[in-house]
Design a protein around this ligand. Structure first.
Ligand code: GLU
Ligand code: MG
Length: 461
């Protein structure tokens, strides 16, 4: 970042460019601890003032739950106080499917200009900086899965009422044919906005699609998944469709994942191409991933943060519900992806236990914290697993040392509460806010049936 004067001049030039391009409004987004992208919009012509002074915002949003109720932690939750939102102009993007609009993610500071201790994006940056200081070059990217239904579609309790716009089979070319204009428009909008689309295809569940995008540094990866989802939402709306990124659209069916892919490099060389090592992992990459694997039960409170998340986390549903790893094993929570053999950067890891209710900034930050803890403590990976642990008997799973990850938000939150590495990385204020939101959601949904939870949360993300 340049000096204040340079920033002001940069903002002035940007505002003039936006004006010339017919962009009148800028949506500023942050993602709350319940995983919902919330926004304040400012007229583009106010950009210099916004860059200089930020935009006011109540800290109470840090304890909002997914149903817009307000929880309270020891540090946050009352009506008092104010924060300043500062957009990251490097990420400012003119929105292809919302004419006249641009978007930028924000960092949050207090009135004295100090980083807000519960700002998830600043947390992600702190962790990314820590990894960089340890000499690691981390690349990350989220897969985006979503289910389409025709709008208008109320939050009907009855999943049979969902009106899917396509009837073709899972992964079927028929679905691509049925929705070819729509899929072209999604791809085009993303590409025009500078998102490097790798693949877009129909997924398993009814009305479900997936797009995967190129990896970036961790903070940019989190920014980009916000942009990708909101772009899909906007294109869908223009086609008279509604997009659900919810973990469980129909209880009991395959849900929407938001798998996190990551790779590690040091001195320009991949740590996923070590000859002769288990999974081709160099020692640091193995320790990093062992740290992540070890932390998964506690991480679940970040990666699968809603009671609805646990409707998706079913064995044999590709959601990775067992705490194990494997090379190209799609039922292991941690899958090592080998990539094309001649691609020096193709090797990477995929953490399957993420859904789109996870705040992506908390996600990348917490995974880095767990991974660095693994390196610091010299963590070792257990033996890799092949096959689906879900079809093994209880005794065979025990013999192989494969443990089921928490099956409820309560269990995951208990583990999160006790996790010293995560608490230290997040800091008391952010850790406490996440905890308060999880406990409030547990209490809210405690007596609900799965179908009711899916219906109530279907259109929240
Ligand atoms: N929809 C699956 C999930 O909930 C993932 C399918 C896939 O492997 O991409 O995680
Ligand atoms: Mg998928």
């Amino acid at each position: 970042m340049g000096s204040r004067a340079e920033q002001r001049e940069g903002a002035r030039q940007l505002a003039a460019r936006l004006d010339a391009d017919g962009v009148g409004n800028i949506a500023l987004t942050w993602v709350d601890n319940a995983g919902i992208a919330r926004a304040k919009a400012v007229p583009a012509r106010r950009l210099t003032a916004v860059v200089e002074r930020g935009v006011g915002m109540s800290p109470v949003f840090d304890v909002f739950t997914s149903d817009d109720a307000i929880a309270a932690s020891d540090h946050l939750g009352g009506p008092d106080g104010d924060l300043r939102l500062f957009p990251d102009l490097e990420r400012l993007t003119t929105l292809a499917a919302q004419p006249g609009w641009a978007w930028a993610p924000v960092d949050r500071y207090d009135q004295l200009g100090q980083p807000h201790p519960a700002c998830q994006r600043l947390f992600a940056r702190r962790m990314a900086d820590r990894a960089a200081a340890a000499g690691l070059d981390l690349r990350m990217g989220f897969e985006t899965e979503w289910v389409l239904a025709r709008a208008p579609q109320g939050p009907a309790a009855d999943a049979d009422a969902l009106d899917y716009p396509c009837v073709g089979p899972a992964y079927g070319m028929a679905r691509v044919v049925e929705l070819s204009d729509y899929l072209r428009d999604v791809t085009e909008a993303l590409l025009v906005q500078g998102v490097d689309v790798l693949q877009i295809h129909p997924e398993y569940a009814a009305g479900q699609f997936e797009v995967s995008t190129a990896p970036h540094d961790p903070v940019r990866a989190a920014d980009e998944v916000v942009l990708v989802r909101e772009t899909i939402r906007a294109v869908s709306a223009r086609h008279g469709l509604r997009a659900s990124f919810a973990p469980s659209v129909v209880a009991g069916e395959v849900g929407n994942g938001a798998h996190l892919h990551l790779s590690l490099r040091r001195d320009g060389a991949s740590l996923h191409r070590a000859a002769g090592a288990d999974g081709a992992l160099a020692p640091d990459a193995a320790s990093f991933l062992a740290g992540v694997l070890d932390a998964l039960p506690a991480l679940l409170a970040i990666s699968c943060p809603s009671p609805a998340s646990y409707l998706r986390l079913l064995p044999s549903h590709w959601a990775g519900v067992y705490q194990c790893w494997g090379v190209e094993n799609r039922e292991a929570a941690l899958r090592l992806v080998t990539g094309a053999p001649d691609d020096p950067d193709g090797g990477h890891a995929e953490v399957k236990t993420f859904d789109a209710a996870a705040n992506p900034y908390l996600a990348v930050g917490a995974v880095i914290a767990a991974g660095l803890h693994g390196i610091d403590t010299g963590a070792r990976l257990p033996a890799p697993q092949t096959g689906d642990p879900g079809i093994l008997g209880v005794r065979e799973r025990a013999r192989r040392g494969i443990v089921r990850l928490p099956a409820t938000l309560t269990e995951a939150t208990d583990r999160f509460e006790k996790s010293t590495p995560l608490r230290e990385a997040l800091g008391e204020v952010l850790h406490g806010a996440v905890l308060a939101v999880r406990r409030a959601e547990e209490a809210h949904f405690a007596e609900w049936e799965p179908a009711q939870i899916a219906a109530a949360t279907r259109w929240r993300w």
